[in-house]
Design a protein around this ligand. Structure first.
Ligand code: APR
Length: 252
């Protein structure tokens, strides 16, 4: 869609931008990624801390694991890539959505306003009995970041992290598909594209849309769809992409 902005001398091309982010974008802030060298799953077996079965077997261990992640989150800040995405959203007049697999709040702290957290949010807790019951989901206040065994949700069950574990439904995927299917530009940053349904979002992106992928490592793109690969870390990659979009007068 092309819109003319009377205040600007040149015509700006207003496009819908959808961004899919993964652990790699937060790595530059100091959050560990999941896979690869130094990945969280090397030290904490995924089946123990990120499955409903693991939680049933040892809820205390799982609660402590997410307490620790929540503690780490307090010591880190959004990085240049998060900030540039927020800037891009402002330049687009808000016509942009970030779909993130990350459970941290760094996109929000950087200023992004339209963020879909596919895999939940570290700063939220919910019911163990009925995790997607909106009446039981709440945001922790800074003094409450340490969840304990015995802390109760609104329905009386043990309070658990509001995290989508492996094997659980991903309630926000429909909303993310809806966004992806309206994208003119789709940007992928810092995800191994190893986990579905997030990795499948690309198949809903219209054929005519441009797709960019920022990652310092080779990433296998599931649909085999052509992508413009920027093989750099998130911040350096975003700088390059901002220059490309500015040169094309997209959202400038
Ligand atoms: N900048 C950009 N990307 C980076 C950087 C960086 N500085 N450092 C690493 N990466 C890339 C890696 O090369 C890799 O492709 O980030 C990606 C991280 O991949 P994963 O660790 O698999 O993380 P992610 O894709 O987000 O995992 C998806 O899996 O374990 C679950 O629920 C968890 O949301 C998570 C999901």
């Amino acid at each position: 869609m092309r819109k003319y902005h009377p205040k600007q001398e040149e015509e700006t091309v207003m496009k819908k931008i959808v961004v899919l982010t993964g652990a790699g974008i937060s790595a530059e802030s100091g959050m560990a990624t999941f896979r690869g060298a130094g990945g969280l799953w090397n030290n904490y077996p995924v089946e123990q801390v990120a499955t409903p079965e693991g939680y049933r077997r040892n809820p205390g261990l799982v609660i402590r694991f997410y307490n620790e992640l929540r503690r780490q989150l307090q010591d880190i800040q959004p990085n240049g890539a998060h900030l540039m995405l927020a800037e891009l959203e402002r330049r687009c007049g808000g016509n942009m959505t970030v779909v993130t697999q990350n459970v941290d709040d760094l996109h929000e702290r950087a200023g992004s306003r339209h963020v879909i957290h596919l895999h939940g949010e570290l700063l939220k807790v919910t019911s163990s009995r009925d995790p997607n019951n909106p009446a039981c989901i709440r945001t922790l206040k800074p003094g409450e970041y340490e969840v304990k065994m015995g802390d109760r949700a609104a329905d009386g069950s043990q309070l658990r992290p509001f995290i989508v574990w492996f094997g659980e439904p991903v309630p926000l995927i429909e909303q993310a598909i809806e966004e992806a299917s309206r994208a003119d530009i789709f940007i992928i940053i810092g995800t191994s594209l190893a986990v579905y349904p997030a990795a499948g979002l690309l198949q809903y992106v219209p054929a005519g849309a441009e797709v960019y992928l920022i990652d310092p490592e080779e990433v296998a793109v599931p649909s085999g769809r052509p992508v413009r690969f920027i093989r750099k870390g998130a911040t350096e990659g975003m700088k390059e992409l901002m220059n490309l979009l500015t040169a094309q007068k997209i959202c400038s």
